[in-house]
Design a protein. Sequence first.
Length: 669
Amino acid sequence: MSSVQEKIQSLRAELELYNYNYYVLSSPTVSDKEFDDKLKELQELEELHPEYYDPYSPTQRVGSDISKEFTQVEHQYPMLSLGNTYSEEDVKDFYERTAKSLNEPFEIVAELKYDGLSISLIYENGKLIRAVTRGDGIRGDDVTTNVKTIRSIPLRLHGNNFPEKFEIRGEILLPWSEFDRLNREREEQEEPLFANPRNAASGTLKQQNPAIVASRHLDAYLYYVLGEELPSDTHYGNLEAARQWGFKIPDVIRICHSLQDVYDYIAYWDEARKNLQVATDGIVLKVNSLRQQKNLGFTSKSPRWAIAYKFQAERAVTRLNSVSFQVGRTGTVTPVANLEPVLLAGTVVKRASLHNADIIEKLDLHIGDNVFVEKGGEIIPKIVGVDFDSRGILVGEKVRFVNKCPECGTELVRTEGEAAFYCPNENGCPPQIKGKIEHFVTRRAMDINIGPETVEDLYEAGFVKNVADLYELRITDLLSLERWAEKSARNLMESLRKSLNVPFERVLFALGIRYVGETVAKRLARAFQSMEKLEQATFEELVSVDEIGERIARSVIDYFTEPRNKELVSRLKKYGLQMSLPEDALQGQSEVLKGLVFVISGTFSKHSRDEYKEMIERYGGKNTGSVSGKTNFILAGENMGPSKLEKATKLGVKIINEEEFLRMIEERV
Ligand code: IVH
């Protein structure tokens, strides 16, 4: 090894240790200056010697300013949520239910419930290889580059006593002190403030620029280890092991042997949590033994072996100054209470949600009333009651829900059985028009590179009145607007050109048809295969599609009955947007794998693991995570997991390689 290489390696090891002492153990061993000097020295050496590049080097935590789009990744184990309880009575029910189901002694691990953003970290051979957000529980965003900037997350594990492959889950948090600092900074720069640390953490992690993420000093507490070869058969044991590997495992977790132990834990932390550096909103109780967890199993939404107890939300009293009515993208009108600013659970509250007309009516609100404001888990606090005793004779007008749209004056309507009023003037009401365009351009829809301000400018200038107008924009139009330079105008043109390749299902989602979200759009695209067929679909045909109900079907029909929408879609067709599934996807609709259950294991050379998963589904097969009696085939690559191999052999499940699989579906590369 050259002396430069040795120097680089020793600096890396030293810095990682400093990081660990500082961020995990909270006991710094060197001064900030010393740390910064060493980091700088390492950065310079790495720049001079790119041949020693290492993605796990401490310098990678600083974050480069290269923007990075997030790709979506499927979770190996779905990320479920927990059942919530709010009273000691509910906790007792959980405890007794567990005792009854298990019918043997058990232990409960009590932990704090951290109020941040859940994250899944995948380690292979002791290295962090991927960090994925919860997303919809099945798929999340790959945020590895951003997560690497969080210093309390080890990029390389300590020792060598860890499984070859495992997942660890926890919460990404923005400590209160950082949250306050960030909001002070934003106030100075007249930027909108973050409502709470969870919001700020989530906004930060979704930043496209890792250097900004690094500057915000996020932290991560881990609370759940998953995998096939875990060191212990208890939850607690695995967390203790993970602590040895270098993770920040909260040291407030306790093993409870009785219901009383659980109550004591709750009583203590309900008060003590106010002194913690991070936000918590409850307690999590988990059955300790993994065998018992397995016996208890899961419902479709959450594990039966765990439960969350939510602390009572904090309350404040303040004056209701006025109520405004906001009109959203789909015309839904939301009432918002403007309050005299009040401090509530650590943040200043100025606005609160009033939800809908029924709630306003039930509260019997008057302007000038003193109202009770509560902050539960939700981002926007809500008004839960009126302090009638403090209402004097000078109280203002009774708050009534508007019956005309505050933006365009159209009479509001309410769909049978729904609480919300909406403005039906979808093509003439400014916030709806702008909202539709904003939705159309978002990343998950057409991914056109403009934000709400540009949409506003283009609308105000009269250039864009609907989404089809975007494709008729000219560079000269843009240059006639303030703040537009040649380069940004060309970028927008390029982005519009690129959007012509966006697949049909996303085009369908982008149209913003009421109730047609991403998943529904995917289903409809697969079922009808082209816009033309979808436009002609009858109500019966629509509801016969899996998971498409009457409400969605009616909304789709209504959309395509409106002449203005028809014209819009036909213009989009003319401009060249994708209006059908590509040929290969249509071919792939064959069902050669129908009824067959696959497990994928190992690494592959011809296609990625995700591509194989997609192929299995496309050809009608089913893909599962673990080998069981129901498994028909194991699609095995290099280094197949030993436990899967053992199980497959025992159960006599057929193991096939990539070539054999591709031959099954006759798709060659
Ligand atoms: S365990 C299958 N433990 O609360 C069990 N979750 O609704 C997985 N959370 O999505 C979760 N602190 O983001 C667990 N000590 C803790 C937690 C915790 C916070 C979050 C987590 C989860 C949500 C549950």
